[in-house]
Write a protein that binds this ligand. Structure first.
Ligand code: SAM
Length: 216
């Protein structure tokens, strides 16, 4: 008998997920808190190498650690002409790096803070990451907004669907996985969940289960 896979289910036992979450929240890169799990650092590394994005648009900066890591990876990979835009409701103001632009955006309504023409003008390939509030409505607002600029081959990464397995879904109205289900029902013909990324280390062994979307 083949059991139907539950959307977002991770092939990791819950005590492992809970233990790893503590490690993720205490990990740092170049002295800055950077809330990424080791599997996702590895998966992102491959995407950055293969996609060679000219723009990385990150919603949710925290202290800027992830933006700095993206920039350093791209530099190490010989990508020269790129820019990281890392936006947050509380923008980073203590890190100067010519490769990174930190700025304000409230993901409750991204269109109120980013012009559609500016979004569409971002140099491609484009890598978009939603790692902000994780509220289902906010995630969906980001997905619907950036969808208007995505081109074939671009990546859209929805972080922290793992919060369901952590037992926190109610606090986030279902969180990223609930938003992903709605978005894929609306736009699933033009996006595929990239199983090669999600399942690199086992089924959804990532903090972003079902969260690696590729624009078809
Ligand atoms: C998970 S952290 C980002 C982690 C970071 N990308 C990293 O990997 O280290 C989430 C961030 O989302 C921001 N945030 C929370 N609500 C937000 C909102 N409504 N709009 C934009 N950013 C928000 C928080 O200020 C916080 O910095």
């Amino acid at each position: 008998m083949v059991l139907q896979q539950v959307f977002g289910e991770m092939a990791l036992p819950r005590p492992v997920i809970v233990g790893m979450q503590k490690g993720i929240m205490s990990w740092s890169y170049r002295g800055r808190p950077t809330w990424k799990c080791p599997m996702d650092l590895a998966i992102y590394g491959q995407i950055l190498w293969e996609l060679r994005p000219r723009t990385v648009l990150e919603f949710g900066s925290n202290r800027g650690g992830s933006a700095l890591w993206f920039a350093d990876q791209l530099t190490a990979f010989g990508v020269e002409d790129f820019k990281i835009y890392s936006l947050d409701i509380s923008p980073v103001n203590d890190l100067e790096d010519s490769r990174i632009v930190f700025g304000f955006c409230d993901v409750a309504d991204p269109a109120a803070h980013i012009g559609l023409a500016d979004l569409r003008a971002l140099p491609k390939p484009l890598l978009v990451i939603d790692d902000a509030s994780h509220m289902a409505g906010h995630v969906l607002a980001v997905l619907r907004f950036v969808d208007q600029a995505m081109q074939s081959g671009d990546y859209l990464i929805v972080e922290d669907g793992s919060l369901v397995e952590l037992g926190w879904a109610d606090e986030y109205d279902g969180g990223p996985l609930a938003a992903l289900q709605v978005f894929l029902a609306e736009r699933g013909d033009d996006y595929k969940v990239d199983r090669n990324r999600c399942d690199t280390f086992g089924h959804n062994v990532t903090w972003n289960p079902e969260g690696y979307l590729k624009r078809v």
